[in-house]
Design a protein around this ligand. Structure first.
Ligand code: GDP
Length: 299
């Protein structure tokens, strides 16, 4: 969480600076509230959340003096309230063997890295993990997944570049079942340049997986890069349509992140957020908790 706090300094310090600037020796009047709302929108929280938070801050305090500390405390409280319902851990239901997790997201979002980090977590819980290199489009993605598999001790099923991803997913399911794997993580392609092709491919993977086990995939995790800001909204819409999304992982919150977008996503989609990525290392994946995140945003 220290890394998150450091990484979010860019979002939060600008938000925190605006709050301090706005409320130092000033009354809570219409102009101040409008500026506050703008600052919240600038920080990616989205218009509905910005309006609600501004209203909460003004309630009962209109035309009175209010300290920046009070504003930040109310802000943190409101953000926490918005995030609390979506802050849900990812639980592996052991009655499914394997528990199938489909990993989706655009290229570069951090999918492969997150698969590595998740595998490490599952392995440390004593679970047997298998990986499927379903981004058959990019040779580098296949290689990268093999490296992660090697590092965390999880076998990787892969095929040559250009192979059919759905066929590979089916074979991986069969093999995972046969070798007694508890969890199967399926990587997928994320090339936005060909949206129609990508959607068709994901739909086919889901169809084929369901043919093997109608209850699968048991989790479909969308990996989002925090630095894309508002673009995350259209990514959720796209992947929701193509594959359905049961949970989110937001990466790169250690960098120059704009974590406010998670508030906008929670408000708009109410999809569970399971983890946040706070670095490139295998341990840099934290369970998402509303209170810590809200504190990091409010500064
Ligand atoms: P993919 O194309 O979605 O599979 O993305 P990758 O897993 O290859 O990640 C793209 C880049 O982002 C790599 O350089 C990763 O090391 C980096 N990355 C992934 N997650 C994080 C994170 O949480 N923080 C930081 N700083 N970098 C990350």
């Amino acid at each position: 969480w220290q890394r998150l706090t450091d990484g979010m300094r860019r979002t939060s310090s600008s938000l925190s600076d605006s709050v301090t600037g706005l409320f130092t020796k000033r009354k809570l009047d219409a102009a101040t509230l409008e500026e506050l709302e703008d600052a919240l929108v600038q920080a990616d929280l989205g218009v509905p959340a910005a309006m609600r938070i501004t209203e909460a801050i003004s309630a009962g305090r209109y035309n009175k003096e209010i300290s920046p500390q009070e504003v930040k405390a109310i802000l943190a409280g409101e953000v926490e309230k918005t995030l609390q319902p979506v802050a849900q851990p990812l639980t592996v239901d052991r009655s499914h063997k394997p528990f199938v997790i489909l990993m989706i997201g655009v290229n570069g979002a951090g999918k492969t890295t997150t698969i590595g980090k998740l595998s490490q977590k599952f392995r440390s819980q004593g679970l047997k993990v298998m990986l499927a290199a379903g981004d058959t489009f990019r040779a580098a993605a296949i290689e990268q997944l093999k490296v992660w598999g090697e590092r965390v001790g999880a076998p990787v099923l892969s095929r040559e570049q250009g192979a059919d991803a759905a066929g590979l997913a089916y074979d991986a399911l069969q093999e995972a079942k046969a070798n007694g794997s508890d969890v199967l993580l399926i990587d997928t392609a994320g090339r936005l340049q060909n949206k129609a092709g990508l959607m068709a491919e994901l739909e086919k993977i889901v169809r084929v997986v369901k043919k093997f086990d109608p209850s699968a995939p048991h989790a479909t995790l969308l990996v989002l890069d925090a630095t894309v800001g508002q673009n995350a909204i259209s990514q959720v819409e796209l992947f929701q349509k193509a594959a359905g999304v049961t949970g989110l992982v937001m990466t790169k919150l250690d960098g120059t992140a704009r974590g406010g977008i998670l508030v906008a996503l929670a408000e708009k989609f109410r999809i569970p957020v399971h983890f946040i990525g706070v670095g490139e290392g295998v341990e840099d994946l934290e369970p998402f908790t509303a209170r810590d995140f809200a504190k990091a945003i409010a500064g």
